[in-house]
Write a protein that binds this ligand. Sequence first.
Ligand code: EPZ
Length: 417
Amino acid sequence: MKQMIIEGNNILSGNIEIGGAKNSAVALIPAAILASGESTIKNVPNISDRDALIDILELLNCNVKIKDNELTIDSTNLNNKVIDNSYSSRLRASYYFMGALLGRQKNVEIYIPGGCNIGSRPIDMHIDGFKALGVKVEIEGDKYILSADKLVGTDIYLRFQSVGATINIMLASVLAEGKTIIHNAAKEAEINNIANFLNNMGAKITGAGTDEITIIGVETLHGAEISVLPDRIEAGTYLILGALCGTNLTIKNIIPEHLESLTTKLKEMGSNLIINKDSISISKVSELKAINIKTLVYPGIPTDIGQPMSVLLTQSTGTSLFEETIWENRMGHVPSLNKMGANIQVNGMSAIIKGPTKLKGCDVIATDLRGGAALVIAGLIAEGITTITDVEHILRGYENITEKLTNVGAKIELKEI
Ligand code: EPZ
């Protein structure tokens, strides 16, 4: 087990280079098996979710090479196997092998996915989408057995703009017969990244990034190349940190438009930020105004930024309201923040946050990926030493986080316990 030890109350300055988006990479990697051939995925973040997916590719007899942040995947000799719990439970995104194996071989046996403890995390919309395409679904305990003689395109209406369901249905339908239209599709930036990769392979997808995506099925797909887009959630996490303890902290390799909902809120709070073509520089200010934030699907404030944002609200003058609308349990980090001296009152999926409150370092436990990131931010601004346990949650989604923070003046180390 790993622990992070942080000595807080330092000013951070310099450049943080943002890596490829976790939530795009974890879909692009399974998508590669749709092509019978070799594909290259560039700018893949060096995170544990990447490794969990490579283990599944190798279970399926794919040949995988990693060189720095570049993955080469040859799925010519794909050999379909049951993806058991020891693989599927390591991350939520293992479920993308459902759509990818259905697309490529019209059958898949896989156990239920894992993922952060932020809610019940059903996958009914994925399953309903597969059924609409003609897939037979059997459930044996925790195992899904999905099979079809053929997949036939159709109109699919999502009751919620689910990122995962949108992507999984795209994966399953690119080699189906005929046309599929996904109505009420998710519009997160990652959807475009996956659609571009599939189109580079020879798929026929239009409308990605809008709420109506059309897929015209094709016979086969060939290997292709794609680069993972910059991680807007990693970037947003470090921007929030800069607003709290930065002096000219520059977050580089980003697409500012993907962060507009956050930068608008930071300006509303009185933050001092300079937005450039592919970077944002931010410095702390003497007083931040309390505001209300409500997480929404894109282009609203991303749910994954809510927990880091809640730390910012503990340092804002006045009473703020933090409303989470996507996941039932995005407050797992609040007891640790209150233990450090914050004044947060949780009421279901929302919280009243009074500030500013002085935070003091202490021993805390990460409960999930973004809650863990919030505790890192809190430790970096607190007086004294903060020890975070169960940091494996954080390492799933933040590439080289201790190196990136040390490079800008943070006193943070990772140790095995
Ligand atoms: C993706 O999860 C991300 N994960 C999440 O990031 C992110 O919070 C979420 O999208 C929303 O942006 C990955 O991409 C691996 P959803 P996903 O389907 O696809 C309900 C992180 O920290 N729902 O958009 O699972 C669900 O319960 C992670 O990086 C159903 O009811 O999210 C939730 O309320 C956390 N049935 C809502 O939809 C379904 O079949 C959002 O789900 C699917 C979802």
